[in-house]
Design a protein around this ligand. Structure first.
Ligand code: IPE
Ligand code: IPE
Ligand code: MG
Length: 274
């Protein structure tokens, strides 16, 4: 339904092509979300300072986005900076991440144009430094008309605060329209999330081995398939995105239901023992 991004499979590397060819084109995900974790540990393993891990991680963002655009992935949503990172990391690290983001946008808009990538953001971005917000708006405006992958960066993002923002917006809308909160539906909440314009993620990837969601897209991942890799984000490349998609395609998504083969009749008088 959402797969409108054009394919540029001929631009994949030979290694990527090898994995891509094992994929079922009819079962490609529409939306992949990634928790980009492990920059600090990647640096630590090499006796490097943490900021060098972030710098290398920015390289992965660019390369993974390009592969996503080549396979025509419509939506790629990357967790780049959480509300908790903003609150709990040392100021020096937060400031570095802000500078890195600015520089990333400045230097990568041309590549986004070349790859037909449109950039957007989710999160409480109005709390970020003004000069960062200005760069963000500029990059979004420059790439607005691109029709390939939509790259969404989650910045100063928290899943719970997104829901709080949605409930507040919904309450305001109801006050305006005279509807009652008791009549609120899932659709009403969905319409006020930052992601209202996107499908829910089909696949959530987390790098660096942690088995937690760290306040990411809490509402949206209700039925998302989760793939955790031990690989640190700075070592994650397009081929690993394709491997994650291959693993995703081996899953059976059930949404709480059963496949036809499993749906067996149960006699009315079946013994109940509980
Ligand atoms: C992920 O890497 C990037 C951000 C959260 C900004 P980390 O900085 O969390 O790296 P680790 O988890 O300490 O290795
Ligand atoms: C999640 O990583 C946030 C981002 C990737 C931006 P963290 O490193 O902040 O998560 P925790 O602290 O390990 O849960
Ligand atoms: Mg981390």
């Amino acid at each position: 339904m959402y797969s409108t991004a054009p394919l540029r499979v001929n631009e994949l590397s030979a290694e990527e092509r090898g994995v891509y060819e094992t994929l079922d084109p009819a079962r490609m995900p529409d939306h992949v979300a990634i928790i980009m974790d492990g920059n600090g540990r990647w640096a630590g393993m090499r006796s490097l300072r943490r900021f060098l891990g972030h710098q290398q991680g920015a390289k992965s963002v660019q390369l993974v986005t390009e592969t996503a655009s080549r396979i025509g992935l419509p939506w790629l949503t990357l967790y780049a900076f959480s509300l908790e990172n903003n609150l709990r990391r040392p100021r020096a690290e937060v400031n570095f991440l802000m500078r890195l983001l600015r520089s990333y946008l400045e230097n990568n808009v041309q590549r986004m144009m070349d790859n037909n990538v449109r950039i957007r953001y989710i999160g409480r971005t109005h709390e970020l430094p003004t000069e960062v917000q200005e760069r963000m708006q500029w990059a979004a405006e420059e790439t607005r008309r691109n029709t390939g992958t939509t790259l969404t960066l989650a910045l100063n993002y928290g899943g719970r605060s997104e829901m709080v923002d949605a409930f507040r917006a919904l309450a305001a809308e109801m006050a305006r329209t005279g509807r009652k909160m008791e009549d609120a539906t899932e659709e009403d909440v969905h319409r006020h999330l930052y992601t209202a314009h996107m499908p829910d993620p089909d696949l959530l990837v987390r790098t660096s081995g942690e088995m937690r969601v760290s306040n990411y897209l809490l509402w949206q991942i209700a039925y998302t398939e989760i793939f955790v890799t031990e690989r640190y984000w700075p070592d994650f490349r397009g081929v690993h995105l394709l491997e994650a998609i291959a693993a995703y395609q081996r899953r059976e998504r059930r949404y709480g239901g059963l496949s036809e083969a499993e749906a067996e009749p149960i006699p009315e008088d079946a013994q109940v023992t509980a």
